[in-house]
Design a protein around this ligand. Structure first.
Ligand code: CP
Length: 330
């Protein structure tokens, strides 16, 4: 299990409050789900649960008053960007939004290391989405401030995986023994890469349903195979939906295809409709990281098992927890 090194304090930094160093996340980067221990997950989810209750009770509070988050997005985002903003502001902190890098000095050719080095002068934590796999790990080497990976190309989306697992726990309880079926673009969908790795620490069965050209990468199935995870591969969702406790649907990532004509052959391969849901268990959850294009018809939205908008909301509580923890406010 890789643990990211604690960042060095910059010269002159003071520790005005008591035991901030006790948090296992204080000044840590969040770059991959592989960095978390089971205790880490339990801790994050406890704090996220408390955040949920606090928001329900009082809406916002001043835990991170005076702290600044730089939201640095080289790729489009609605949920990740705005939920980190909402999380920071509900905790009393502020946000430097760089959601469109074409209007920043990146368009003049500034490198990622120089950009994060610059932002660390202003911000206490940097959330980064970037089209290249490994970008967050790279950025983390060039700044003393914590980097939170908000998606690195086809690599990982660790905070999405945390919120996905939190959703499963909030909706269904203990993940032990669950059958989770992942559907759609398992090749380019970074959310399923991270979620499969997180779920591998439980006794789960993972079904992968996708067109042939969009299978889960062998690097991930091999990694999970070594951990003893039961994994099955299918073309037909109908064969496994009735046994599934979670059906996790993903968008086909058009922007990542090298050959656009390949996209046309697989777009629309799986569409969840009310009829599909008739084959599903009464107690199951239908999830999607969003945005959806046409993978789940809007007629399904009123089905109580459709959890994708609740999933989005859970994301804010998880991100509130992460921001508080990396800034030493456990
Ligand atoms: N789930 C997710 O990452 O959504 P955005 O691309 O809108 O951030």
């Amino acid at each position: 299990m890789t643990m990211i090194q604690e960042k060095k304090e910059t010269e002159g930094t003071r520790m005005p409050f008591g035991d901030r160093r006790d948090s296992p996340f204080y000044r840590r980067d969040i770059v991959s789900v592989l960095q978390f221990s089971d205790d880490d997950l339990a801790y994050i989810f406890d704090v996220a649960h408390e955040m949920r209750e606090m928001v329900a009770r009082i809406g916002a509070f001043d835990l991170l008053k005076g702290k600044l988050l730089a939201n640095l997005f080289y790729e489009p985002s609605t949920r990740t960007s705005s939920s980190f903003t909402a999380a920071m502001e509900r905790l009393g902190g502020s946000v430097i939004p760089i959601n469109e890098v074409t209007y920043s000095s990146v368009s003049k050719g500034e490198s990622l290391p120089d950009t994060v080095r610059s932002l660390e002068a202003y911000a206490d934590v940097i959330v980064l989405r970037h089209p290249e796999q490994g970008a967050s790990a790279l950025a983390a080497r060039y700044t003393t401030k914590p980097i939170i990976n908000a998606g690195d190309g086809v690599g990982e989306h660790p905070t999405q995986a945390l919120l996905d697992l939190f959703t499963i726990i909030e909706e269904l309880g203990d993940p032990q023994g669950l059958t989770v079926t992942m559907v759609g673009d398992l090749k380019y969908g970074r959310t399923v890469h991270s979620l499969a790795r997180l779920l591998a620490r439980y006794d789960v069965t993972l079904n992968y349903v996708s067109p042939d050209i969009l299978r889960m990468p062998e690097s991930i199935t091999a990694e999970l195979g070594e951990m003893g995870v039961v994994q099955t591969v299918h073309d037909d969702l109908g064969r496994v939906i009735g046994d599934s406790d979670v059906v996790y649907v993903t968008r086909v990532q058009k922007e990542r295809f090298e050959n656009p004509s390949d996209y046309e052959t697989v777009s629309g391969a799986y569409v969840i409709t009310p009829e599909t849901m008739r084959s599903a268990k009464e107690r199951m959850v239908l999830m999607h990281p969003l945005p959806r294009v046409n993978e789940i018809s809007i007629e399904v939205d009123d089905d109580p098992r459709a959890a994708y908008f609740r999933q989005m909301e859970y994301g804010m509580y998880v991100r509130m927890a992460l921001l508080a923890l990396v800034l030493g406010k456990a």
